[in-house]
Design a protein around this ligand. Structure first.
Ligand code: CO
Length: 134
């Protein structure tokens, strides 16, 4: 059921510094985009075979604030795999005994497509997002 690697999300304490690092390495970097409904500001970096998303907390109760408290210099926050159909992916995860975060149902993610997150304790410690590819 796992398709392409859509993106790797990295939580960063300083977006400008992170953008400058990638720009300095010759990679095109998007301007920062506030996503209040997700509690993050994001910079998108397009690579030939995937994307990097630099995440910074936005507003109170950001889902990545706690992560940055534990990892003050930043770190890999999650991976995102594409799936053909998010509902059948949710079923498959359940069948495999992998918990889905939240109420277990897909929500609209940062790219306007349905996503869900698997529990890291059921995924070798990695937070994994699944995004419907179309
Ligand atoms: Co993501």
């Amino acid at each position: 059921m796992i398709g392409r690697l859509n993106h790797i999300a990295i939580a960063v304490p300083d977006l400008d510094q992170a953008a400058a690092l990638y720009r300095g390495l010759g990679v095109p970097v998007s301007p920062p985009k506030d996503m209040p409904e997700h509690g993050v500001t994001v910079i998108f970096i397009d690579l030939p075979n995937t994307k990097i998303e630099l995440l910074h907390p936005l507003g109170d109760g950001s889902p990545i604030a706690g992560f940055l408290e534990k990892n003050p210099s930043g770190g890999i926050h999650h991976l995102c795999f594409e799936v053909d159909d998010i509902e059948s992916a949710a079923e498959k995860l359940k069948d495999e005994g992998i918990r889905v975060l939240g109420d277990g149902r897909a929500k609209i993610g940062a790219h306007g497509k349905p996503v869900l997150f698997a529990h890291p304790k059921d995924f070798q410690g990695a937070l994994v997002e699944f995004e419907q590819s179309s």
